[in-house]
Design a binder for this molecule. Structure first.
Ligand SMILES: Cc1ncc(COP(=O)(O)O)c(C=O)c1O
Length: 410
């Protein structure tokens, strides 16, 4: 039986898959079972940032796989210790907790923020503010945190005490916090504000610089933890090791996953000196969190991506890519906006004009021409290529988009 048939017959159908079976990858190029090549501008949804089968990552995986794969967190391992110290050294954080995915890292962040105040005796400080259009994962807590109704459908009752406010709207946030002081209480009942510095699934929408500065201040003034979900934006994706560096502020808690393992499953929750106190012996755990195998790969990822020259190149390529897309915007009136940070970039089509472009249709046509891109929210193309993408590959994709959009224009 062929792969597609076997998959469809035996795996619960939760993904809208393309009819493609990939068998190998190298750098930014993927090959399907018919030996067709595709330039990958999605990187496994912002995961394979060093491209497919990067020699140093492959070597780290093979070397570690031949030594030790798993022993449980009842013991110490060298790669786990080394990755934790690297992440602490390169970030605001004082300590790290390892999980296996983005959603799990966010679960840890939510639990940490709540528990911090509970162990302090502040039993009413458990509400969490998140943003409309946010995406934080698919577990019960993280889908409850997510500010998109479609993700919650069919799962009622979702977890209570998540409040969603509009993104980039400081007045709404301030009002929400003002209302969080229960009648005679001196404390806000909000324990955390959780947000993506650039909303990924929601449409690649960067937070305004002034907005995040004000959010930081509101958190400080009201004893609220600021949690940055950098699962998509972190590890170089936005041109800095962490996107928060673009904003000159620091969170109290940050979550990472996706690119951290370049394809191996890993999540991490990083916490400040204060926030880390929310967890102590036995308060959280994970059988697989931070195994020697995944952390050995992640060490190499962090070492390569944190190189300032590497990051500068990402920023330059991101600007180059955006400039090229802006040229298309000048040409086609149905392109509404080009935006993004680093190599997380979006092209948004008008929804109001007479000519409506379906992002999924453009994605399909790109695929037929040998390019993998992504469509979100119906009218937005998202580009998240491996950070090692080359300018000539960007040129090829933009030419392909130009050709496709020219036919739409007729
Ligand atoms: C910002 C953000 N948070 C959380 C998640 C969930 O991560 P995972 O799918 O690894 O659970 C994602 C995944 O797309 C994400 O983009």
């Amino acid at each position: 039986m062929d792969t597609i048939k076997k998959t469809d017959q035996n795996i619960i159908n939760t993904y809208a898959r393309f009819q493609k079976v990939f068998v190998s990858g190298e750098g930014c190029v993927l090959k399907d079972e018919n030996d067709n090549s595709y330039i990958d501008f999605l990187a496994g949804i912002a995961v394979c940032s060093l491209g497919h089968c990067h020699p140093k990552i492959t070597e780290a995986i093979c070397h570690q796989a031949s030594k030790l794969v798993h022993v449980s967190n009842l013991f110490y391992t060298q790669p786990q210790a080394e990755l934790a110290s690297l992440l602490v050294e390169k970030s605001f954080a004082d300590k790290v907790f390892f999980a296996n995915s983005g959603a799990e890292a966010n679960e840890a962040a939510i639990k940490l923020a709540r528990r911090y105040f509970q162990v302090q005796g502040d039993k009413n400080k458990f509400k969490i503010i998140t943003l409309e259009k946010s995406f934080h994962g698919r577990t019960m807590a993280t889908l409850s945190a997510t500010g998109q109704d479609k993700i919650k459908q069919g799962f009622d009752p979702v977890l209570e005490k998540f409040i969603h406010v509009p993104f980039n709207d400081i007045d709404s946030l301030r009002k929400c916090i003002d209302q969080s002081y229960d009648n005679d209480s001196k404390n806000s009942n909000i324990c955390a504000i959780m947000l993506e510095p650039v909303q990924g699934e929601g449409g690649v929408i960067p937070a305004d610089k002034d907005y995040l500065k004000e959010v930081r201040k509101l958190c400080d003034d009201n004893d609220i933890f600021l949690i940055f979900d950098e699962i998509q934006t972190g590890i170089g994706r936005c041109g800095r090791l962490f996107a928060y560096e673009e904003y000159n502020i620091e969170p109290d808690i940050m979550t990472l996953a996706k690119a951290l393992g370049n394809g191996l499953p890993i999540g991490a929750m990083l916490a400040s000196k204060k926030a880390k106190k929310g967890f102590d012996l036995g308060s959280h755990g994970s059988t697989f969190g931070g195994t020697p195998l995944v952390t050995a790969a992640a060490i190499e990822v962090v070492k390569i991506i944190s190189d300032p020259d590497f990051l500068a190149k990402c920023r330059n390529k991101g600007e180059y890519f955006k400039q090229k897309l802006f040229v298309l915007k000048e040409k086609y009136r149905f392109i509404k906006d080009i935006r993004g940070m680093g190599l997380l970039i979006a092209l948004e089509f008008e929804t109001e004009s007479d000519k409506k472009i379906d992002a999924a249709d453009i994605v399909k046509k790109c695929m037929e021409k040998g390019f993998i891109i992504n469509g979100i929210q119906g009218n937005i193309l998202r580009f998240a290529p491996p950070l090692i993408v080359e300018e000539n590959q960007i040129d090829k994709l933009v030419q392909c988009l130009d050709d496709i959009l020219a036919t739409e224009n007729q």
